[in-house]
Design a protein around this ligand. Structure first.
Ligand code: PRP
Ligand code: URA
Length: 209
């Protein structure tokens, strides 16, 4: 069964409070999401394997470590997922970035796919699907299926805020996928918004409301 990790680092939790605050404007919101994404990436990559290498310091030869093997791929779900990509890339600059375009139909709350463009070697990569919001779980579920259909084998999901309903969907449909969150919220409201949540992540990131 996929594991759910709530990343309770004090800096993540502190910054998340400002992200949630309705009085936080677009510029600050974007900067905070970027910072939290970077901090989350630090925690999410904790288990990456290392290999021994030798390095010549100005003093002497020394045993040291480098990341071993697995290449990373980032897959933001458009459009709100874009707000977290640069933060992750600050720590993993060599990661390739694929995109899955989905929007949630406001009436049915079902995701509608409009774009998929991925690195050609996704089956060899450790993929991190990125979306700030995991609400009904429909978008992340479809995005993960879209990756698996194209050969992806190792997938993690990274979200800022989740509702229990969305987490249950991913656990049931994709028990192989570990989920990393900054917060697990209470529930969904009648419009499928996360409560207490942070509102519409895409609109707040891009100033479209
Ligand atoms: C939001 C959010 C997720 C999705 C979550 O995207 O960024 O992708 O809703 O909801 P779900 O778990 O119920 O599917 P939205 O459809 O608003 O599109 P946007 O990113 O373009 O704003
Ligand atoms: N999408 C958002 O942007 N916010 C929510 O609360 C739910 C879905």
């Amino acid at each position: 069964m996929g594991n759910v990790f709530v990343l309770d680092h004090p800096l993540i939790q502190h910054k998340l409070t400002y992200i949630r605050d309705k009085n936080t404007g677009t510029k600050e919101f974007r900067e905070l999401v970027d910072e939290v994404a970077m901090l989350m990436a630090f925690e999410i990559t904790r288990d990456l394997p290392l290999r021994d290498v030798e390095v010549e310091t100005p003093v002497m030869k020394a045993e040291s470590k480098k990341l071993a093997g697995k290449k990373i791929g980032l897959v933001p779900i458009l459009r709100a997922g874009l707000g977290m990509v640069d933060g992750v890339r600050k720590l993993i600059p060599a990661a390739k970035v694929g995109h899955v375009g989905l929007y949630r139909d406001p009436k049915t709350l079902k995701p509608v796919e409009y774009y998929v463009k991925l690195p050609s070697d996704i089956e060899e990569r450790e993929l991190i699907v990125i979306d700030p919001m995991l609400a009904t779980g429909g978008s992340a579920n479809d995005a993960i299926y879209a990756l698996k259909k194209r050969g992806a084998k190792n997938i993690r999901l990274m979200c800022l805020v989740a509702a229990p309903e969305g987490v249950e969907v991913i656990k049931k449909e994709h028990p192989d996928v570990d989920i990393y969150l900054a917060a697990m919220d209470e529930k969904l409201d009648d419009h499928g918004y996360i409560v207490p949540g942070l509102g519409d992540a895409g609109d707040r990131l891009f100033g479209t409301k």
